[in-house]
Design a protein around this ligand. Structure first.
Ligand code: SAM
Length: 299
């Protein structure tokens, strides 16, 4: 299983910026809430050294196995938790920790998830319509589509995909589902392509539909809001939080919650505008092109 995953390496995004905004020091306790395969966490451990502690959370059990291998090579101290970061209170309770010196969230999907056909995230690779980051919990995209009415699917595509052609696409998906059943990722992609009858644009016509379903399946926006409402309780004064988001819906939530927390004198906003990757990073890793980093400091 791990060899399999190792065939799809994930390049951590905006590493220099993450380290800069976290203002790491030796001995710090840092929580990486989306540890993935440990790309950022490895670099964090380099800075906090072996008298620091890295707590890593991920809802993907398989990826955590890779994180464990990678972090074991650092010589640093770390603890990994298979959990949803919205349950941060429970994780820290289990870890016996009240407060941390820094928090990282690198939202979105790991390449180890996206590039594996059997995870069902990619419209380029034929696989089951799954899309769950946590394969032990929740309902698959296939079950979600089965459950929704045409109107509900249209709303979902509009809300989470900001898809202008939501109505037309929802009708096509539900018709196909009822007549034949939608069997796979490429089947769904073909239905969308046919429904919007677009020529070759810059992005695949199913991009927004896949984004919307993925957000819904993993309850991504709800988890982020729950987390942002409570994380201040677990940060020392002066501790930094860094969040990298990959689409405007997430970035808006981060921006608004930071602003709310600043009004309540809980956070000082460090990045007035989001920080984006440099040209050379984008050239080396096209997936980072939509990344936006925001940071705030606990007052
Ligand atoms: C972009 S990847 C992180 C990559 C990581 N920073 C690295 O450098 O290897 C995002 C990770 O967050 C995890 N994730 C997404 N939502 C989560 C949630 N609500 N709770 C815990 N983990 C989550 C995903 O399973 C995925 O592994």
């Amino acid at each position: 299983m791990n060899d399999n995953l190792n065939n799809f390496p994930h390049k951590p995004v905006m590493v220099e910026e993450v380290l800069y905004y976290l203002q790491l020091r030796q001995g710090y306790t840092i929580i990486d809430c989306t540890v993935g395969s440990g790309g950022h966490a490895t670099k964090i451990i380099d800075k906090i050294k072996s008298d620091g502690l890295l707590i890593g959370i991920d809802k993907d059990m398989e990826i955590l196995q890779i994180a464990k291998q990678n972090l074991s090579n650092t010589g640093g101290i770390f603890r990994l938790y298979h959990a949803n970061y919205s349950d941060i209170d429970e994780v820290l309770r289990q870890a016996g920790i009240n407060r941390v010196n820094g928090v990282l969230l690198d939202l979105g999907v790991s390449s180890m998830q996206l590039d594996r056909a059997d995870r069902g995230f990619s419209f380029y690779k034929d696989g089951p319509l799954d899309m769950r980051m946590d394969r032990l919990n929740g309902i698959t995209a296939k079950k979600l589509i089965k459950k929704l009415s045409e109107r509900e699917l249209e709303k979902l595509l509009r809300k989470y995909g900001e898809e202008r052609l939501a109505k037309r696409i929802a009708t096509a998906i539900i018709n196909e589902e009822r007549k034949f059943g939608i069997t796979s990722t490429t089947h769904l992609a073909a239905i969308v392509e046919h429904a919007v009858s677009k020529g070759k644009g810059k992005i695949h016509p199913a991009t927004k539909v896949f984004q919307a379903l993925r957000i819904a399946v993993n309850e991504e926006l709800g988890n982020l809001e729950i987390f942002l409402d409570k994380i201040h309780n677990y940060m020392y004064a002066g501790a930094r939080i860094v969040i990298i988001s990959f689409h405007s819906l997430e970035d808006r939530i981060v921006k608004n919650k930071f602003a709310e927390s600043a009004k309540q004198n809980l956070f000082r906003i460090i990045t007035k505008k989001p920080v984006t990757p440099g040209k050379s990073e984008i050239e080396n890793n096209i997936r980072c092109r939509s990344a936006k980093l925001r940071s705030a400091e606990r007052i």
